[in-house]
Design a protein around this ligand. Structure first.
Ligand code: GCW
Length: 669
């Protein structure tokens, strides 16, 4: 029986984010026909029904008669649209969304919601929408039990986990459903429900606690979201009681095959496994003298009969390096480990690659791994949770950064596809928790929204996506002066990533954060540590020589056009100079200023930009709901305090090291 699946009821006090009721007004005032079968069609039907109940329209299911409908949502046989694509056209007073299945129909419905009244105005030519990237996932680094150091959510800045609390499943189905709904509305189709660092409690989700994962999958499924699970490579030993986890051992392979089969018994559409192996203490195939292809392929084989995928992370490096050892370069590690394995991975194995070669810094070059494995399926991993970009206390909209990565062409600017075409997956580490605003900082919702939409259209101008987010989150009808509000939001968000970059670590050098929690400045915090993240500042200069000629050779991991560009100080882009080169403080940048003066200038400018953003935000007080306005205003105080701390520590450090005064005579401590 086809019947509407009612949308989730948002728990009291939880922010509707980009789906406030008002955005459904244009839809809810009209006559709609929904045609098709299946649970996701029921979800779309339920959305329209709820909108009509609120705003006065009418929805009909599966009627044959060609009555005059304002909107027709239709599932028909349209194989070229795939599972998720849809078309949208407006002709003779009717807007028609056509899809080949329920998923596509749901995405088409949210497209109509985004269009608002424009969906029902003048005629619209036929548009076809298909997601460019097939897997658009959020990985939650959520622990089931509270970890003594990392807490409930590793690198989480939005409260606790939506899924787990103190070792138990929270069982808050409506909230998880509401989450799935928000994700569907920005185009995300997969969620991993536990941390890639799989501790003892979390490991059991794979076996005796799989029912708790199934409950989450049930809540997310009506919005087209498939559930994935992080698993430990040592599972056959720690859960199965086997003496080994060797991927070539027959007993081990049988254990994984049987375990995967049991997962699919309870979660028929289970997405697959995510694995962090031989990385930061997690177990992996190296223990058995096997390669990462051996490891990944064993899990791929267990999942293949059920249509699942293993996402294998490329984040493998030596985290116990001796800082005196200048021959080891952490930036090289992923490429050195994985490029030689190209062609060896199974068809349902995906290599999941962080966007930069080190670790989610505010500025890194694009990882050379993304261009080095043409015969391997790839997913790009970005960090929506702002571990290194202000921890959701600072405004830092990352759309432009992610867009640069997705548009990067590994074969050179003039040739070959971009990362957005090469990667079949776009995975963001989630920035969501049980905070009433979902993301802690209300403006961090923009990052979540943007990453989902970029998965559909990686080459789109991210500023357009930000405008979409603004239009939905702050509907014009709900504000006294929508124009001023929109301008204000743009002003505080557009340049916020570059502002953050200015007042933190300079010119791509990265890692000047406080050890452990990674918030706030500590210039030498990681300088003599085992983590492999050094800047090598001395009295004469700063930066890491990663050239092929005199350095670690990292620059040669790129295809020729990029390798040549990065190899030479003369052509290396300013913003990456210190990532690739060690230069004297007096080195003159393309911008015409010296490295040391650039450091001073950007740090003063960065703080001034935060002051200005805070002023703009204050000026919006009459246009933004008080709770939201206050939350952001509070965080601006902290951002400003922290930005000043960065400015003063960085500037003082380099003034003391170099002895070079600020050419503009500003006060440095
Ligand atoms: O950025 C680092 C984080 C770790 C994280 C690791 C990873 C989940 O500091 O907390 O572990 O990356 O990506 O695996």
């Amino acid at each position: 029986m086809s019947r509407p699946e009612p949308p989730p009821v948002l728990p009291e006090g939880v922010d509707p984010a980009w789906l406030p009721p008002e955005v459904f007004r244009p839809l809810g005032r009209r006559r709609t026909l929904v045609r098709g079968h299946g649970p996701l069609v029921d979800t779309a039907h339920g959305e329209v029904a709820a909108a009509c109940a609120r705003f006065g329209g009418e929805v009909v299911r599966d009627a044959r008669a060609a009555a005059p409908y304002d909107l027709v949502l239709d599932v028909t046989d349209a194989p070229d649209l795939g599972d998720e694509g849809f078309t949208c056209v407006r002709r003779d007073g009717t807007t028609t969304v056509t899809a080949a299945g329920g998923r596509g129909l749901l995405y088409g419905l949210f497209h109509v919601v985004r269009l608002g009244e424009d969906a029902f105005g003048s005629e619209r030519p036929l548009e076809t929408h298909r997601p460019a990237v097939a897997l658009r996932a959020l990985d939650h680094w959520d622990n089931v039990a509270v970890h003594p150091v990392m807490g409930q959510v590793e690198r989480g800045y939005a409260g606790g986990s939506l899924f787990w609390r103190d070792g138990e499943a929270r069982g808050e189905t409506e909230r998880v459903r509401a989450y799935g709904r928000l994700l569907a509305a920005c185009g995300i189709n997969a969620v991993t429900v536990n941390n890639v660092n799989v501790h003892a409690t979390e490991a059991r989700l794979l076996t005796d606690r799989i029912g708790e994962v199934a409950a989450l999958a049930d809540a997310l499924r009506p919005y087209g979201i498939r559930t994935h699970l992080s698993v430990t490579f040592a599972a056959p030993v720690v859960l199965g009681g086997l003496p080994t986890a060797d991927p070539l051992d027959e007993g081990v392979r049988r254990w994984w095959a049987a375990t995967a089969a049991r997962v699919y018994e309870v979660i028929g559409d289970f997405g697959g496994f995510v694995v962090k192996a031989d990385s930061e203490g997690q177990p992996g195939p190296f223990t058995y003298g096997r390669t990462h292809a051996d490891g990944a392929n064993m899990l791929a084989a267990a999942l293949a009969p059920h249509g699942g995928t293993v996402r294998w992370r490329a984040f493998v490096y030596n985290h116990r390096q001796d800082w005196r050892d200048r021959s080891t370069d952490r930036a090289r590690a992923a490429y050195d480990h994985f490029a030689p394995l190209d062609g060896e991975f199974a068809e349902n194995a995906v290599l999941q690659v962080k966007h930069g070669p080190v670790d989610f810094q505010a500025r890194e070059p694009v990882s050379p791994v993304l261009g080095a494995l043409p015969r391997t399926r790839l997913a790009l991993e970005v960090q929506a949770t702002q571990e290194y970009t202000g921890q959701q206390r600072h405004v830092c909209w990352l759309g432009p950064m992610w867009s640069e990565v997705l548009r990067f062409r590994p074969d050179g600017e003039d040739g070959g596809p971009g990362v957005g075409d090469l990667a079949g997956g776009l995975v963001a580490v989630s920035n969501v928790g049980d905070d009433p605003f979902w993301t802690g900082h209300p403006l961090a919702q923009a990052n979540l929204y943007t990453v989902g939409r970029l998965g559909w259209r990686p080459d789109t101008d991210p500023h357009d996506l930000l405008d979409e987010w603004i239009r939905l989150t702050f509907p014009a009808g709900a504000s006294a002066d929508p124009g001023r509000l929109r301008e204000g939001l743009r002003a505080v968000l557009h340049g916020s990533w570059r502002t953050y970059e200015k007042y933190t670590a300079p010119l791509g050098v990265g890692f000047m954060v406080q050890p452990g929690h990674h918030y706030g400045p500590s210039v030498d915090g990681y300088e003599y540590s085992p983590w492999g993240t050094y800047h090598f500042a001395d009295r004469d200069g700063i930066g890491v020589d990663r050239t092929a000629a005199t350095g670690t050779g990292y620059a040669a991991q790129y295809a020729k056009p990029w390798a040549e560009l990065y190899e030479s100080v003369r052509t290396c882009p300013d913003e990456l100079l210190l990532f690739f080169h060690h230069v004297p403080y007096g080195h003159v940048l393309h911008s015409g200023t010296t490295v040391i003066q650039h450091i001073y200038d950007t740090h003063f400018a960065g703080v001034a930009e935060v002051e200005e953003a805070r002023r703009v935000w204050d000026s919006l007080a009459d246009l933004v709901a008080p709770a939201r306005h206050e939350r952001v205003a509070e965080r601006y105080e902290e951002q400003l305090r922290c930005a000043r701390e960065w400015r003063d520590q960085i500037n003082s450090y380099f003034f003391r090291k170099s002895g070079v005064p600020d050419a503009r005579g500003r006060h440095i401590h």
